[in-house]
Design a protein around this ligand. Sequence first.
Ligand code: SF4
Length: 367
Amino acid sequence: GMPALPPPTLAPRRKTRQIKVGKVLVGGDAPVSVQSMTTTKTYEVDTTLQQIAELTAAGCDIVRVACPHQEDADALAEIVQHSQIPVIADIHFQPRYVFAAIDAGCAAVRVNPGNIRKFDDQVKEIAAAAKDRGTSIRIGVNAGSLDPRLLKKYGKATPEALVESAVWEASLFEEHDFHDFKISVKHNDPVVMVKAYELLSERGDWPLHLGVTEAGPAFQGTIKSSVAFGALLSKGIGDTIRVSLSAPPVEEVKVGLQILQSLNLRERKLEIVSCPSCGRAQVDVYTLAEQVTAGLEGMEVPLRVAVMGCVVNGPGEAREADLGVASGNGKGQIFVKGEVIKTVPESAIVETLIEEAMRIAEEMGEA
Ligand code: SF4
C-alpha cells in the first residue's frame, strides 16, 4: 500500500544551522530534542549517573549538569564516560570550568555571559579549545542575570535587551570563526520570552534552545512552558527544548515530550482520549482514565485509547481510536479498530483495556 504520510505540523521548521551536541544533532532538519538538568550534586557521581539513567529512560535526549565548584568540574569526565546521552556542563561565573568541561569531553558547555565577568576576553581561548575538541556551546542569556550594561540601557530585561545581549555574545564567537553554538534567551514571563525568541530568530540562523526560566511548580510550569513553546514551535521556531519545573527532572522530560507529541513534532505514543465526563456519565470516568493511563504507562507504541463515559459520543470516539471503551448501564463496550469485540461488566473494563492494549502492542512488534 501507500506509505503513510507523516502527520501534519502547524508550520515548517525554520531553517537553522545545525550543530552537534555529542551524538545529538540540533538545528537544521534534526528533530526537536528534549533536555533536562540533574538536581543532584554533580560531584556525587553515582547519584548523578543514576538520575541521568532515569532521564534517559524517560526519553531525555540531552542532559545538563551544574558545575559550581572544582569538585563538580573534577567529576565531569567520569559522568561523561558513563552517561548514555550527551552531557552539557552548565557554567556560571568561572571561565576555568569551561576549559575543564571541554577537557572532560562534555558534549557542550552552557555559558551565561551575564555571569562571567571579563567573559569577552576569554572567548578566543574558549572558541579555540571547543573547536579543538568538537565541543559545542550554548550561549544562555537569562533575564535574571542580564548584562548590567543592557539592564541600564533598557531599564529591565525586555525582549530587545535579551536579544541584544545574545546577538552581542554570538558576535564574539563568530569573530573567532566559531559557529557551533546555540542560543537561549530565557525569561519567566512567557510573553516576554516568546517575543524575545521571535526577535532573535529574525536576527540569525542560530539553532535556538527554548526555555521559560523559573516557570514554577509542575502545574503552573507545565502550562507556562506549553503555551510559550507552543506559540514558538507552531511558527517553526525552536530546535531543542527544556521545560523548567520545580519538580523532579523526569517530569520535565515527560512534559517536553508531550508538548512535541501534541504538535506532531514527535511520534505520538500512548494517547488517552478520555472525555471530561458530565451529567450523563454512567461510569466514574476520572478513575477509569487514571487507571488505564497508569496501567499502560511506558507503552512504546503509538496507541490511541478512548475512555468515554456514556454512549452519546462514546461509540464514535471509541471507534476512531485503536482501542476504546464506551460505558453505559454498568457495562463497557470494548472497541478495537472500530469493532465492538466484547461487552464486559464495569469492574472488568480496566483489565480488559490493558489486556487488549498489550495484545495490540505485541502485534505492532513491541510490548
Ligand atoms: Fe458526557 Fe458522555 Fe460526552 Fe463523557 S462521552 S462528556 S459522559 S456526553
